[in-house]
Structures are given as C-alpha cells and as structure tokens.
Design a binder for this molecule. Structure first.
Ligand SMILES: Nc1ncnc2c1ncn2[C@@H]1O[C@H](COP(=O)(O)OP(=O)(O)O)[C@@H](O)[C@H]1O
Ligand SMILES: [Mg+2]
Length: 255
C-alpha cells in the first residue's frame, strides 16, 4: 500500500468554540490510484488534503506514505491549490524550476520534458501575468511534477477555470497520470469531474466531515461523459446524496 490516511479527529477553534471539521477517516491509496474526493463546500475536503500534505499536523491520526509517517510538508507530496501560486517575477520555465537551476543539465532536460507534457511549448519565456488561468495551473502542475512526488494532491485545481479549459486540463491530468503512473488525490465539488477522472471515488459528508462511501469507478479510460455507462454511474452517485439527511448537501454541490 502506498498511502494510508487515518484521521480520528480534526477540530478548529472558532472564537470560543471548538468545531469538529473531520472525524474517523480511513483511506488506503494504492501506488497507481487516482482517488477523487467529492463533497459539498465546507465538508472538510481542503482540511483533509492539507493533513495528507503535511501542511497541517495539528490533528489526531497518522498519515503514512510508503511506510514513512508524514510529519510535515515535503516534496514527496506535490500540492496544487485552487489558485496557482506562481512567482510573478519568474518566467514559466523559471517558475517550474523554482529553487533548482536551469543551468543544471538534468534539471533543464526534465523541465523541457514537463513543458511538453503539460502542453506549454512555446510559452517558456512568458511571465505569469501573460498567462491564462489554465496555463498558470499547468505551470503549477509541472513545478510539482519536477520534484517527482509520490503523490500529487490537488485541491479543486480547476474550480476557477471556464468549462472548456477545465475539460482540457482534466485530459492533461489524465495523460500525466497514465504516463507517470503515480498516485493522485483530487478533491472537487463537481460530480462529473470526480467521475471523469478517478478510478476510485470517496464521497464526503459534512458536519462533521467524514467519508461515508467509497466506490470503484467501473468505467474504462478514455471516458465519455455522454455515454450511457457514465450517466448511469453518475445517477448512482447522485442517489448517494439523496440518502443524506442534510438537504443543503445537494445544494452545496451546485447541481
Ligand atoms: N483555519 C481554520 N480555522 C477555523 N475553521 C476552519 C479553518 N479551516 C477550515 N475551517 C472549518 O473547517 C470546516 C471544513 O473546511 P474546509 O476543509 O475548507 O472545507 P471544504 O474544502 O470542503 O470546503 C469548515 O466548517 C470550516 O469553517
Ligand atoms: Mg476547499
């Protein structure tokens, strides 16, 4: 097993109150899994992903990646935020290299390869202010991949993009997953996105946040959003939401 996620309890202090954000989460992610996690706004998706990334260590539980306990953020967990976090004063290729030198031959070779993979050829010398949202997110993904992480963690990475760009980047991401054969965990509130991308799906519920259903996605790649199989599976996922007592759950999903 590649990644084990055990969170027994995660609480935040809000004013004078303690708010429980997550309880009893147990996930096992295999080396080549693409796990998508879906749930409404506020159910704890970002909190969970930050814990897996080692960006938040103030919780009860244990995260292990290849038998190593995660004690803080590290390069084995690449993290992609909803808003890209590029350095405005660096070009595309410099942003990808970041603290590594492009003068180093091996770095140069890998950066060039990644520029191809994320389809940014010809844009290497542009600055972030000259990029679209989708291009910026591809730079952020290439920067994470250059560090050869064991898992790529993506927090609603395409949420701020238009529908066309979002679909394109979903295909770029699937391409990377298939080429690099690495584990990915992507959280989203978009049901279609979660089904299009993942080989496994975890459905979260709010107050307190927990995973209440895990499913294998029984569709072969490449997937077709309009195929009967896709639509049938989508309906079965939607049905899961009907079982939640909380009406706002479906509203929170924006469907
Ligand atoms: N830094 C924080 N301080 C206090 N409460 C927080 C903090 N971060 C998240 N929360 C609370 O934890 C819950 C889950 O938030 P979050 O993980 O951001 O949800 P999601 O990503 O699913 O929208 C929410 O109730 C939110 O208010
Ligand atoms: Mg979030």
């Amino acid at each position: 097993m590649a990644i084990s996620v055990v969170v027994k309890n995660k609480s935040f202090t809000q004013g004078s109150k303690q708010v429980k954000a997550l309880e009893t989460i147990n996930l096992a992610i295999e080396k080549q899994d693409f796990l998508t996690i879906i749930g409404p706004s506020g159910c704890g998706k970002s909190t969970l992903l930050k814990i897996i990334a080692g960006l938040d260590t103030n919780y009860e539980g244990t995260i292990t990646i290849n038998d190593r306990i995660v004690k803080g953020a590290g390069i084995q967990q690449g993290f992609i935020f909803q808003e890209h976090r590029l350095f405005p004063w660096l070009t595309v290729e410099e942003n990808i290299a970041a603290d590594l030198s492009l003068k180093n031959k091996e770095v140069r070779r890998k950066v060039d390869e990644l520029i191809e993979i994320v389809r940014l050829k010809g844009s290497e010398k542009l600055y972030p202010k000259e990029l679209s949202g989708g291009m910026s997110q591809r730079v952020a993904i290439a920067r994470a991949l250059l560090r050869e992480p064991e898992v790529l963690l993506l927090d609603e990475p395409f949420g701020a993009l238009d529908a066309f760009t979002r679909k394109h980047l979903q295909d770029v991401l699937l391409d990377i997953w298939q080429k690099k054969k690495m584990a990915m965990i992507l959280v989203t509130h978009d049901i279609e996105e979660s089904i299009y991308l993942g080989n496994r799906l975890a459905i979260m519920k709010a107050k307190p946040g927990k995973v209440y259903k895990e499913l294998k996605i029984p569709l072969s790649y490449p997937r077709n959003r309009t195929s009967p199989d896709f639509q049938t599976f989508r309906q079965s996922v939607l049905k899961e939401f009907e079982h939640t007592e909380n009406e706002s759950y479906i509203e929170g999903l924006g469907i």
